[in-house]
Structures are given as C-alpha cells and as structure tokens.
Design a protein. Sequence first.
Length: 396
Amino acid sequence: MTDAKSGLTRLRVVQPILTNYSLPVFLELAQHCEVDLFFSRARIGAGFGEVSLPAVPNVRYFPVATLMPFGERLGMFQRGLLGSVFRQRPDAIFLSANLRDLGFWCSAFCGWLLGIPVHAHGHGPFKKKRISVVYRIAMQSLLRLVRTYICYAPVVRQAFLDNGFSDSKLRVADNSLVNRFPVLPGEKAGGEPGVLFIGRLRRHSGLDLLLRVIARIRQEIGLPLLLHVVGDGEEATALRERAQDSPWVLFHGEVYDPEQIRRISLQCFAGCYPGNAGLSVVHMLSLSLPVITHDDLRSHGPEPSFLRHDVSAWLYDHHNPEQSLYQALRSLVCDPARVSRMQQNAFAEYQTLTNPTLAERLWAIIRESEKQPHGKLSENVLPPAELASRTRAGHP
C-alpha cells in the first residue's frame, strides 16, 4: 500500500549491486510507495553472497548488466537504465552516488530534464584529504541536478561544508541496518572468550594483523582467546592457509542468516574490524559487542564515525597498529566491568542509529523534497569563512 499522504507513488531505486544488507531497506521503503529496484549482480567470489529476491507487494526487480568499456574506474553504466526512465517516468529516482559512473550521471541528468526529483546517496568528499578542481566542478554540477544529496553520516555533511560546498541540498540519514536477531546486553554472561569479525575477506580488512595479535596474547599471557570470522571474499583462501595451524581461528564462511550470526556472537565479548571498516560495525553494535578498530576515521567508511572511544568502542592507534591493538584487546579482556559497560553502550548506540530506521529516514527526506520546486539550484558555493559565519549565526 502506498502512502496516501504523498503524491509519490513509484520510486526508482538504482544500485550498482544489491546486497543482503541493503535489500531490507528497499523492502521497507515499499511500505510507503511502489519500488522499482534496478541492480547488477555482484561478482562471484567478491564476498557479497547470493541475494534472494522475495516476492512482496509494491516491489519489482530489474537485474541489469553493468558494462565497463573503459575499465572499472571510469565509464561504467548499467544497460537499459535510461530508456526505461523515459518509458516509465517514475515519480522520483534514488541513486547510489558514484562520480565515476556514467550511468549515474545520465540518470541524474535525465531526471532533472524530465522534472523527476533525483536523490543521490553517498559519502561525498568524506574520504578525501583534499579535492581537485575537477572533483569540485563535478560535485557542484551534481548538486545542481539533484533534489537532495543524502549523506551517510553527519561527518559526510561536514566534509561538504569543510570544502566550501553549499548545504542547501544536503540531508543526513545515518547509514545503518536493522538486525532482526539482536543480542541484548543482559544476554552476555561475561567471560566469553571470543572476538568476532564480520565482513568481506578482502584487502585492507586487516585480519592478518588480528591473527598475529591474538596469537601473541595467547602465547604471552595464556588467555585462551578465540577468533570467529564471519565472511568470505577474495582473500579467504590465503587467510585460511595462514591460519591452518591455529585451531583457535574459526572460519564460519559466508553467513547471512542473522539468527546464525547471533548464535556465533554469543560466544564473543567484543567485535574487531582491524582494517578499514564500514557497515559491519553497526552489525557488531546490534550484537552488544564493543567495536575495536583503528582511529584513522578518514580511511574507514563513514559508519565508524558513529563509534565513541571507551564508550561503545576502542579506537586504537593506527600509527602503531600491532602494539596498540594488542594493548586494546589485553586491556578489555582483563577488565570485565569495562567490557560490560561498553556492551550496554554498544547496544544503546545501535538503538539510536535505527530509531527511526534508515528506510524511514530516507522516506522522510524524499517526501519533504516534494515541496521543493523543480529546477531549484543549489546556492552558490560559499567561501569557508562565510560558511563559518553562517553557522555561528545559527544557520543549519
């Protein structure tokens, strides 16, 4: 059933790939409007797993091929996307923002041309230490085409402002997931020997580091720590080979059943993502696990910005990773009272991030944008000093 309070009845959602953690967001959006979901299949072996497409009211699935005539870094586009925009004329378009994707640019331009509100969703300049002239021009152009740019987290919006972009079209919807099988803090018995890793086994996951640190703790202190690894990917075979003489490393493989992950997590006192993390940290919070990861937040995705050191997480020093991670794990495992407090804070943080849910936040932004006239352009880019002055004066 569509939302009777909104004139928007059909939303086109375009995703480069569809994942098990993103699909529930779009299924929830379908409680408010009809959703046409365009996506490409993930590459086999990348660690995203197979995605089951349930037959539910208000959702139509459109798997499309992604063509890359100029390679992965430039010029990709999804076949048939633009023609269907002209034929079907959705009421709004929701796009995963990728400035290197020709299909993304064409969809945004066609929506603007046809008077269809376009909403881009991404992390903007968050991971960039400095932006080039080309990037600035591209982002300025994008902000003129879209009705809103929905930021993954407040730090993404701040990155736009720090780089002198206008905030007139910026909105924030904390990127999160709803775990249907969470673990309440009271379910933790205390003294669990496990550390949980959830994520794709890829470059920069940092699992090699975690293996070395846990082996060192077991050898030097005699603590019988276990490492539970949930995930798969291109580095899985190499990691299994390195851990073949370490029976305390338990590889569970590609697990997407949240109830099974819950059962695994009950054996753990903390979660750890030693590399560059993303949405996995929210999943760990939902399991009442304080998250251990490094403190170079710009190297992560935006999601670790939700973590608070010594409250819901331990952010160790990325300049001295092995010794710092060693001290973090050792300190926590030797301090049950601190662990218990952080487990309670972790779950409270998860509740804050998911109330309202990401889908509800997105829908509120999309509905609110219906009040804006078509063709309204972003304000001119302001110098940083003027932006600071506006902020001090109480402007958002």
